[in-house]
Design a protein around this ligand. Structure first.
Ligand code: PMP
Length: 443
């Protein structure tokens, strides 16, 4: 009997008791290859001695000091490192405890920026269908996942949702990826014009969509055009890199690969690698200046912002990634995993798409490859794949997103940056078998 309210009320979960490298272990002694890192959290794997050492040391020296009274060494050093490696124009960092908090803070920064600038009529948020920005009310309002929003709709602030950039489903046969990207980006400009640019505050998007659609990257040129459109209309661009950022796609920030720098960027999961709950908003000099020359404060705050132990853990995680050249490993292992999955699952009758960047890969499971028709949502195929994989000692992250009104099934594969060749073989083998089993047992 558990007294914890888990997300899934029914069914029992194994008790995780240990983690080492790419593996997690439960109380019954079963080992699991952690090929999803929760959902792209555990970038360094488990039990990394350098991070644990840094955690101990910081907890020993100082666990907590309120940011209303003090700053701390690890928070300052982490902020320096993040700004030094940030996209052009980013000058400051605001620490929070996770992804949803980062999105909430970014939205409030966008709003306050325009208030400070004397444009209080700018309040509309434009986001995309099939996106996920978090579960708190502001972040949920921005997100475009119909299923997650449905029952909370009356509590959600109004957000305008436009088409996602989702080539597998929406690119027409007669257009190139680039043409498709420009066509979808035009949807943003149309929406801004429909609302009146002077009322629009920000556009928020994930450069590579994670939780809702299984690692769907923007096509080449899409984000560049989005950036141009935002600039043309004075709209802030918020890139949500909570899942796809901090090295997951092979560069520290996913948007670098698109040649785009945002006004605000949210990061979280890979920042602390799961060793501590931490997230952050990276903001541009222009936004900082508006606060500095305006009211002189950002009207926000949480008890645990800039928590010294969380910052020390994140700093250690980021230093190990830099010292050990792990982004290079993300790129080479990502390519290798992609080809292994393509070999094993490319011809699979129910794998419609294999996509992603770096060690952030997604598979879309369909009933019919020719028509791309998804399986009946009642079958919950993604959940069956997760179960079958777990039974074989593999953790992958399932999702049932909303596709054209029907729910489709995706599997997200996001192993730690330290994976080695033999891990990849086991991941591809076990995942292939799990998909076969789940499809065969679907009833
Ligand atoms: N934004 C994105 C892109 C995410 O993937 C997530 C988490 N899946 C969030 C925001 C919310 O983060 P958290 O769960 O840490 O609140």
């Amino acid at each position: 009997m558990t007294h914890i309210l888990h997300r899934q009320i029914h069914g029992t979960l194994p008790v995780a008791v240990a983690g080492r490298g790419v593996e997690l272990f439960d109380r019954d002694g079963r080992a699991y290859i952690d090929a999803s890192g929760g959902a792209a959290v555990s970038c360094l794997g488990h039990g990394h001695p350098d991070v644990i050492g840094a955690l101990h040391e910081q907890a020993d020296r100082l666990a907590y000091a309120h940011t209303g009274f003090f700053t701390s060494e690890p928070a300052e050093e982490l902020a320096d490192m993040l700004v030094a490696n940030a996209p052009t124009g980013i000058s400051h960092v605001y620490f929070v405890s996770g992804g949803s908090e980062a999105v909430e803070a970014a939205l409030k920064m966008a709003r306050q920026y325009f208030v400070e600038k004397g444009e209080p009529q700018r309040r509309a948020i434009i986001a995309r269908h099939q996106s996920y920005h978090g579960n708190t009310l502001g972040a949920l309002a921005a997100g475009g996942n119909a299923m997650r929003r449905a029952q909370f709709q009356p509590l959600l602030a109004e957000t305008q949702h436009i088409e996602p950039c989702y080539a597998y489903r929406h690119r027409r046969d007669d257009e190139s990826e680039e043409e498709y990207g420009l066509r979808v980006a035009q949807g943003l400009e149309d929406k801004i014009q429909e609302l009146g640019a002077e009322t629009v505050m920000a556009f928020i998007a994930e450069p590579v969509v994670g939780a809702t659609a299984g690692a769907v990257p923007a096509v080449p040129g899409y984000l560049k055009r989005v950036r141009e459109i935002c600039d043309r209309h004075g709209v802030l661009l918020i890139l949500d890199e909570v899942m796809c950022g901090m090295g997951r796609t092979g560069t520290l920030h996913a948007c670098t690969q698109d040649g785009v720098a945002p006004d605000l960027m949210t990061i979280a999961k890979g920042l602390g690698g799961g060793y501590q709950p931490i997230g952050a908003v990276l903001l541009s000099q222009a936004i900082f200046d508006a606060f500095a020359t305006g009211s002189g404060l950002f009207q926000h705050g949480h008890t645990y912002i800039g928590h010294p132990v969380a910052c020390a853990a994140a700093l250690a995680v980021q230093r190990v990634i830099e010292r050990d050249g792990l982004l290079e490993n993300v790129r080479t292992m990502g390519e290798r995993l992609r080809s292994l999955l393509a070999e094993r699952l490319g011809p699979h009758p129910h794998v419609g798409d294999l996509r992603g960047r770096g060690l952030f890969l997604g598979l879309e499971i369909v009933e019919d490859r020719a028509t791309k028709a998804p399986f009946d949502p009642a079958l919950k195929l993604h959940a069956r794949i997760k179960q079958a994989a777990m039974a074989r000692g593999l953790l992958v992250y399932p999702a049932g997103g909303t596709i054209d009104g029907a729910r489709g099934d995706h599997v997200l594969v996001a192993p730690p940056f330290i994976v080695e060749d033999q891990d990849l073989d086991r991941i591809a083998d076990r995942l292939g078998t799990a998909i076969d089993e789940a499809v065969a047992d679907r009833g």
